[in-house]
Design a protein around this ligand. Sequence first.
Ligand SMILES: Nc1ncnc2c1ncn2[C@@H]1O[C@H](COP(=O)(O)OP(=O)(O)OP(=O)(O)O)[C@@H](O)[C@H]1O
Ligand SMILES: [Cu+]
Ligand SMILES: [Mg+2]
Length: 679
Amino acid sequence: MSENHEHMDHAAMEHNHEHGGHSGMDHSMHMGNLKPKFFISLILTIPIILMSPMMGLDLPFQFQFPGSEWLVLILATILFFYGGMPFLQGAKMELSSKQPAMMTLISLGITVAYIYSLYAFIANNFIPQIDHVTDFFWELATLIVIMLLGHWVEMNAVSNAGNALEEMAQLLPNTAHVVDKNGDTKDVSLQDVQEGQHVLIKAGEKIPTDGTVLKGTTSVNEAMVTGEAKDVEKEQKDTVIGGSVNGSGTITVEVTGTGESGYLSQVMTLVENAQNEKSKVETLSDQVAKWLFYVALAAGILAFIGWLITADLSTAFERMVTVLIIACPHALGLAIPLVIARSTSLGAKNGLLLQNREALETAKKVDVILMDKTGTLTEGNFAVNDYRSFSEDYTADQVLTYISALEQNSNHPLAVGILNKAEELSLDIPKASDVDNLPGVGLEGTVNGKDIKVASVSYLNKQSIDYDQDNFDELSRQGNSVSFLLIDEKNIGLVAQGDQIKSTAKSMIQSLKDQNIEPVMLTGDNQQVAQAVAKELGIDDVHAELMPEDKETMVKDYRDNGQTVMMVGDGVNDAPSLARADVGIAIGAGTDVAIDSADVILVKSDPSDIMHFLTLAKRTQRKMVQNIWWGAGYNIVAIPLAAGVLAPIGIILSPAVGAIVMSLSTVIVAINAMLLKID
Ligand SMILES: Nc1ncnc2c1ncn2[C@@H]1O[C@H](COP(=O)(O)OP(=O)(O)OP(=O)(O)O)[C@@H](O)[C@H]1O
Ligand SMILES: [Cu+]
Ligand SMILES: [Mg+2]
């Protein structure tokens, strides 16, 4: 039973692949199962090769005997119809939809090769007047086998991120130890575990579901899921991700997500969606394939006519088949999907989730990167450094208490810092009602019948509410984010909190500058803090005290200026800008809205992953273009050679060499894709 969970996932994935379609060359989707076809064809091919004269080469392993040519004929005929059928059917479909492409080209090639070899057989055996004509049954056979292999690989290539996805599915254990109300544990198969249940995870076990730690402390290895190499310490209230591996502690976890709703399956869906989307380069490769068909056909016919006039029928046939075979845009069908599969899984393994693959193509054009401060460049681990009352009616602790009452309804990083402090002081926090989030400003609500607000300095400025400027300047110059408490719109007190800059942020900014990408900081926080952080990081362009719509306007302005904009953020207030930017990058630890609006998610919340993304994007793009050349561009040289333009100086390619060149191109394309690396 328990295994069904994984199998279900796999089945669902495969199902999607069949219907997703990955490129214009999705005939392979209708080709049935090529694996057995390939192996049977391979077995049929071996005797054909052994019994065939190889291009006049005297190989030691030929087994020719009287009548062996009949055997070759029979085997080759079976192979042509059996192994060649998927291509012939594909061609029929292409032709009926008036879109001749790869299948038509392949079919034309193998059909001409077959008919010509048939002619050679008849001529050699029954028409003594004709000189010996070399058949190429063995070339036909290898051609078909190579084509089948290629298409089988191609079909797998798509579901191959594929392998990364399956690896991910296998990260989950089969059962979980569910703890019932009496504290007894029972092993339950994973698909029966429900949200809200308590699960015991022992040292060294795989974590079965997403959850929040209720009891115990431990360190968890999340490398397989998020790519984070270091073990992550977990204590009460921390979240754990299904699929990661528990370290030395035993913990009890409340289940927050299983199966479909779990992090892991969301990641898998993302990877999958990214693959099903069609990118511009891919469209280019379809376009190239179509052109290649017409060019190859024209070149083939020209060569045929040319050689028919200057030489003889068999030479003409041979040239034509060689042209058709060498031009087979087979590698082209693999060129892009292989790179994409590699790139998406490479990304996922390194904590880069690509929600929108076009981001990979846009990334190389990025001129400016706009970054949110808190959570993106700084940790967002606020600690209260100071809190004060300006009113005789309230103590400083009371100020903090009122602020905390509102913050209990917020998940802003600032809220967390304040609540930690309140807990430390064991403050008795009243309940707030009618709490509203004021994006870019703070919060408002009712506490003890009073209308209260937690607000930023820009709000006070805008509303002309008085505050002690010197005092504020001093706190913010020390790098504090300051939030004011307003009761009935009167300034009652403040809380000042400090944050730490993320350790990798500074080098990331330097790398951006090295690549001539302009780093810009956008923040809702006060000027002084913003300046302090920017200075520390080496960012020259800072915009502070921004409202969410200001951020979006900035993105728009840069774009209207003709610049390509990347936006990095984590908050609800960043979502509009993330969506508007050419490339939106969400910090993994950020809010769901930000994550939904982004093209890319940095799972590890590490700013240096921005550089990894840029590198991945650049290399992916380069690989795609290279692969189009290796998959099709080589024809610029190959087609004329195959047509025999260099025959006058003795360079002639046989159909067999054509097939080798063609399959070599496939091999190169595949290897080239696999060589894609991030570092
Ligand atoms: N929950 C909150 N508690 C206290 N103050 C808040 C809260 N939410 C917002 N603020 C105030 O509004 C300002 C802007 O907050 P916002 O979350 O919009 O910042 P931001 O634009 O994301 O900037 P950054 O993330 O770079 O600090 C904060 O600096 C703070 O003064
Ligand atoms: Cu091919
Ligand atoms: Mg923010």
